[in-house]
Structures are given as C-alpha cells and as structure tokens.
Ligand binder design. Structure first.
Ligand code: ADP
Ligand code: MG
Length: 725
C-alpha cells in the first residue's frame, strides 16, 4: 500500500473521536470552585495565627520584607492544608530561561526512626530547595563544579495544588538562583525590577503630596492566543511534534480570507475544552475571563483578568500548561508557537499593563480632575520616555527564533517600537510641547492656563491594532510578545525602564521645587522636556504601512528586524549600566541572558533544519517518487500501445522532485558545515544559510503537494489540520 497510512489513520481517528463526558456537575457554580486549590489569603487568615498572618500579608500586599521566622509556622499550616486536599508530594516550581516551567518534586513523607513514615515539612523546606541546576541553561553563570542552584519561596505568589489522578502535589512558586545569588530564572529579575520601579514611583507620588502611598506595583493581563488541532494530525506531523510549527504545507484553497472564524460561533468540541480549562483554571485561582475565536481558522484566545505582574507571570505559565493538558484530554493539541502555519495569522501574547497601588488606584487612569491628570500625564510621560529611550530593549525582550516568523508579518506589529496614544492624548502632549495644554479636544476649549491640565476622557477612543505599544484607556498594551514566551521578560524590561524614567522625573521635580519653582510649573517643564526629547516615538498611524519603515528611520527609531539584530542590545554598555543601576541584573547576568538567548536561537533553528532534512528525505521524496513511478509506468504503457500519454504532469513532478533533491543536498551540506568558533557566527549561519535553505526546500515540497495524488500524500494538509475540529 501507499505511504499515506499515517495521514489516513489520523483522519479515521478524527472521524471516530468521542468527546469526554461533561465536567461540570449541574449543581456546581463557578464561584464555588474559584481558588479551591489555592492556599489563598482566606485560607491563611483562617489557619494562621493572627500575627503570622499579618506579617505574611504585609509582604504580599505591601511589599514589606519577609520575616524569616514566619516560615516555620506557614510551612506546617500549608502542609496540613495540602494533605487534607490529598497532596502526598510538594514541588518547588520555578521558571528557568527556556520559557518552560520546571518542578522539583519531593514527598512529604520521610521514614521515621521506628520505620513508619512521618509527614515532614519544615520552614526550611518551604523556603529553600536545591534542585540540580546543571540541566538548566545558565549562560556561563555556573561552572559545572558548582552545579548547585537554589529555589527560594516567593511568598507573593500563592501556592496551589496540582491535581493528578495518581495523587496531588502542593506546588510552591519559587525563584531559582545560583549559589552566588545570581538569577537563573525569569522570576527573580521580575521581582527585582518590580521593587526598583516601586521605589521611584514612590518618589513621584510623594511629590504629588501623597504622604504615605502604598507600594506601587505593576499589573499585567496577558492575552494568550493559541491554535487547536486534532491530536491525531499533530501526531502524524513530526515537524509540529518536534519544532512546534509546520515546516511544510501548501497554502490551502480556503484560508482566512472569508473572515468567517473571528468571533464566529465556537465549535462545540472547542467550547467543551474551554469550559473544562476554565474550570481547572478557576480552581487554581486564575481568573480566565474572555474567550473567543481569533482571526485564523483553528485559532483562539484566552485572556485572564489582570493581576500583579509577578503573579500574572506565574499564572500565565500555569495557564499554558493547563491548556496543553486539557486539550490532550479532549483529543486535541494546543499549539503555542508564534507561527505554526505559514501564510496563516500567527499567535501573540499581548501584555496589557498598568501601575497602581491601593491608595492611588490605577496610575494610568486619566481621571477627571486636573490634579489627577497632571499625575497621570507624568506617569504617561514616563512611559513615553522609557519606550523611546529603550525601545531596543523592549524589542530584545520579545526576540526569539519563533517570534521572528510573526513580528512584522502584517498581522503583528513591526519590529519598530513606537507608541500609540490616540488622538486625544496625542493632542494634549502636542499642546504641552508648545508650552502648555489649554484645551482638550472633545470638551472644547478650557481656559485653565499652562500650569493646570485639561480633563481627559477614560474612553480609549479609537483603536489601533498595528501599534506595538498602545494606550488603551487605562493601560498600555505591549503587542509584540510572542505566544510562546513568558511575560516575565517583557514585564522586567517595562518595570526597569519605567524605574529609570520615574527616577529622572522625580529628580527633575525635586531639583526644581528645591530651587523654588512652583510645583505645577515644574511639572509642565518636565512634561515639555520629555515630549520634546522623546515625542518621536509617538505614532498614531498604520504601523503596517511601508511608509512607516522609512519615516521611522528618519525619526531615528531602531528597526531591529530579527532576533540576531535585537539580542546585542542586551549587552551594550548603556543597557548593562541601566539594569545594574536599578539592581535588576548585574553585568554577568546580562551576559548570561544574552548567551542563553543566542544558544536557544541556534538550537531552535538547528532542530528545524534537521527535521526539514529528515522529513524531505524520508517522507516527502518517497511519496513523490512513488507518484513519479506511477506516472512513468502509465506513460510507458500507453506509449507502448500507441496511445497519447500525458507527459506534462510527469515532467512537472520530475522537475519538482529535482528541485527537492537539490534543496536536500544544499541543506545537508549547510548542516554538515564545520561548526563556527563563536556562538555569534553559528547564529549567523543559522539565520543566513540554514533558514533560506529550509525555505527553498519547502517551496519544492509544497509544489509537490499540489501535484502528487492525494491518496499518496503522507502528511496531514493545512486544510485538514485547520478545518477539521
Ligand atoms: P482586547 O482584546 O480588546 O485587547 P481583552 O479583553 O481580550 O482585550 O483583554 C484585555 C486584557 O487587559 C485582560 O487581560 C484584562 O484583564 C487586561 N486589563 C484590563 N485592565 C487592565 C489594567 N488596568 N491593567 C492591566 N491589565 C488590564
Ligand atoms: Mg485582544
């Protein structure tokens, strides 16, 4: 028989798929299960001695340092709670630099002296773990002789129970650091950056007359886009299985042109999956809020409600794990790659963020009194300054081999980092730049002088989906992050560059006020300076337009098109100085991040190249050869009996097969090239030689897909993967 068995089996499997039974019992209200598996504040309040509870809360809610003596008490209470929930093990959960989640599991039970197992979980076990760090990337931070890494309890992110049919696990969110205290994870720098930003924000709030402001934190709400495909198809595509994207596949006759998927009805099977996911997420205390279809067929989005950025980052990781697990339960595979299907809309993870605290609320809310406006405009100006000054770092924070396929592909923002403010706000800043805002566009002319500011609407007004960094009424939305990545990196960058801008503003204001300048005048001066120095980053038009590329260059905005253009930004003198000044990364840590990102890039492209070669050689070429043989036999037997034979198709197949073989030869020789002596050169080879060789090979294969008889074609097609759910 032909070589299409895997594909036919996959189609058969989909045909006979049976949905799992409903998960919601009719009596269960979502509100009842929310946070059921979380060691929540309410649980702590009920179970912890009052002073301990107060102390822990001071750390969680007001960023006070953790009192080490409370750990023992919390540990015992946490263990009892977890065991009541059926937990037999606990795990320190951490986020190494691979965008994955790592867990180190241990049993609660330790053999007692009499041979009986006793449940032990001391404060020390809660606060510190010691996973073997040698299997995680460290970018030279840790020589192998000091392979140790430590995990440390992050009190600010709630512990939770992960359910499994074979027993439950208490999961404790932790940071992951080397023996010397250097960060080996995504969380440590996020917490450090949060602290740095809070310190500078407090200075600004003091200047605005708030005597005892609560610690300012950044909030993040990430919109997760993903694809769902039937798992049978996934399993018969080695490319999806091993690299997360299709390395082959002709464009389907019907793509997303009809726009019939976006906000269309959600397929029943997908809805069942979504409900199942939401239930699990609710139990984990993750507020999954919206769900809808996305632009491409088979593409969906899930946006949890915003939370403190460090908790949001943890929850975001947990959300991805949950989506993947539940999808499998429903016979589907959840794809997080930024571009699983060429020519089809990719997936991003828009990061919505704001700053705020319990005393002043959201600092990015325009508000409706001039005084609040001034404060809002100052924070908004801080964003403008930071994005202009450090756009390259924002770009670097979303750089990866996978996101390279999406950014700038006319569905995602270009690699140029600009800010969309909306007409109204842009107008206010325009006026400020000319000496002071006296009018507000919709409200008409307000004679309020240079030192006070107009009333601003909270309505975001128009939307601009082409901007990488857009103000949306009470928050900014950073749209460049990829669907696969952790939001910790982008949020760390945002916090840090905001710390710098707020530091600058606070210093200017403090100096001016000390010199006797009236406060409002000082505010106007600093706003004017910022908009004049950094206004070039504001762009309210179409970010997809070709003219923007030219205009942005004229404005001096960097356009770092690929990962390899962006990554060196991490190790410029300026960047390293910035991150070390605010205590987020020391120089060694910056270098390690750079090296790890580079290494990940190289690995990722190499895996894809090897897979491309293997699939072309062992799956695609054989199918084409079979068809070629069939055609040739047909031609020769017809010719033998003096009949007209169709040689055109045979010629076409032969020509494409020749191109495929040439592509295979090129890619093989590129892959066999002697390893370059530096990582930079290896990365460049991956980008400049491997990727183009893969593209050329794919073109020949995709042409063959349009020629070879369907019953001989071995790989599930785009049409099947995208439309059969
Ligand atoms: P849209 O698709 O229109 O951009 P969604 O409703 O899909 O918006 O997602 C918006 C995201 O922004 C949600 O995660 C939401 O919780 C988050 N968000 C809303 N307000 C804020 C805020 N003040 N700070 C941070 N994130 C916010
Ligand atoms: Mg959205």
């Amino acid at each position: 028989m032909s070589g299409n068995k895997a594909r036919q089996d996959a189609i058969e499997a989909v045909r006979h798929y049976e949905a799992p039974a409903a998960v919601f019992t009719s009596t269960e209200a979502p509100g009842e299960i929310f946070g059921e598996n979380v060691f929540t504040k309410a649980v702590m309040q009920k179970r912890l001695p009052k002073p301990v509870f107060k102390s822990v809360m001071a750390t969680i809610e007001h960023s006070e340092p953790l009192d080490p003596t409370v750990a023992d008490v919390v540990a015992v209470v946490m263990k009892d709670w977890a065991m009541e929930k059926g937990a037999t093990h606990y795990a320190h959960v951490f986020y190494p630099l691979t965008h994955l989640t790592a867990e180190k599991h241990d049993s609660f039970f330790e053999p007692g002296s009499d041979g009986n197992a006793i449940a032990e979980f001391a404060g020390k076990t809660l606060t510190q773990g010691e996973p073997d760090a040698s299997s995680f990337p460290n970018g030279g931070l840790r020589a192998t002789f000091e392979a140790r890494g430590y995990t440390g309890w992050d009190v600010t992110s709630p512990a939770y129970i992960l359910e499994n049919p074979n027993g439950n696990t208490l999961c404790i969110p932790t940071v992951f650091v080397s023996m010397t205290g250097e960060a080996l994870d995504n969380k440590t720098p996020l917490l450090r950056s949060q602290q740095a930003m809070a310190k500078q924000a407090a200075r600004v709030l003091h200047l605005f007359g708030h005597e005892h402001p609560d610690a300012v934190v950044s909030f993040a709400g990430a919109e997760q886009e993903y694809f769902l495909i039937d798992r049978s198809f996934f399993l018969s595509r080695p490319d999806l299985l091993n690299s997360g994207r299709t390395l082959f596949g002709a464009k389907p006759p019907k793509g997303q042109e009809f726009d019939d998927h976006y906000f269309g009805a959600i397929p029943e099977r997908v809805l069942a999956f979504m409900m199942d996911c939401e239930r699990d997420l609710f139990k984990l205390g993750i507020p999954a809020k919206t769900r809808h279809n996305e632009v491409a067929p088979g593409q969906f989005e899930l946006a949890p409600m915003f939370e403190r950025s460090n908790v949001a980052a943890d929850h975001q990781q947990l959300l991805m794990t949950t989506l993947k697990r539940v999808a499998q339960k429903h016979g589907m595979e959840c794809l997080f790659h930024e571009k699983p299907f060429a020519g089809i809309n990719g997936s991003g993870k828009h990061v919505n963020f704001s700053l705020g605290n319990s005393t002043q609320g959201n600092l990015l809310l325009p508000g409706d009194t001039p005084h609040e406006n001034a404060q809002f405009l100052v924070f908004c100006a801080a964003v403008i300054r930071s994005v202009h000054k450090y756009g390259s770092l924002l770009r670097a924070s979303v750089a990866s081999a996978t996101n390279d396929h999406r950014l700038g592909a006319n569905e995602a923002p270009p690699a140029i980092i600009s800010i969309f403010l909306g007409d109204q706000l842009a107008d206010v800043f325009e006026q400020i730049s000319k000496g002071g805002a006296t009018t507000s566009k919709t409200k008409g002319s307000l004679e309020i002088g240079v030192d006070t500011l107009p009333v601003l609407p909270t309505d975001p007004g128009d939307r601009n989906r082409t901007s990488p960094f857009a103000f949306t009424g009470n928050r900014f939305e950073f749209r460049a992050p990829g669907s696969l990545q952790s939001i910790a990196g982008p949020m760390t960058t945002i916090n840090t560059i905001l710390a710098e801008a707020l530091d600058f503003i606070a210093t200017e204001l403090e100096t001016n006020v000390a010199d006797g300048v009236e406060f409002n005048a000082a505010v106007q001066t600093v706003l004017e300076k910022i908009i004049n120095d950094h206004g070039a980053v504001v762009f309210n038009d179409d970010g997809y337009a070709d003219e923007w590329q030219t205009e942005a260059a004229e404005r001096g905005l960097p356009n770092l098109k690929t990962t390899l253009d962006a990554l060196p930004e991490l190790i410029t003198e300026d960047s390293m100085e910035l991150f070390s000044r605010y205590g987020v990364f020391n120089h060694r840590e910056m270098h390690s991040r750079y090296e790890i990102a580079l290494e990940q890039y190289i690995l990722s492209v190499h895996v894809e190249a090897a897979l491309t070669l293997e699939m072309a050689t062992t799956i695609i070429a054989p199918a084409a050869v079979r068809y070629q043989t069939e055609l040739a036999l047909n031609v020769s037997s017809l010719t033998a009996i003096g009949q007209d034979a169709d040689t055109t198709t045979l010629d076409e197949v032969s020509a494409s097969l020749k191109a495929l073989r040439a592509g295979i030869a090129t890619l093989r020789s590129e892959l066999a090239q002697e390893e370059a002596d530096t990582e930079e050169k290896r990365a460049e080879h991956a980008q400049k030689s491997l990727l183009p060789a893969m593209v050329a090979l794919r073109a020949a294969a995709d042409t063959l897909e349009g020629l070879v008889a369907d019953d001989l074609w071995p790989l599930p097609t785009y049409q099947e993967m995208l439309f059969i759910l």
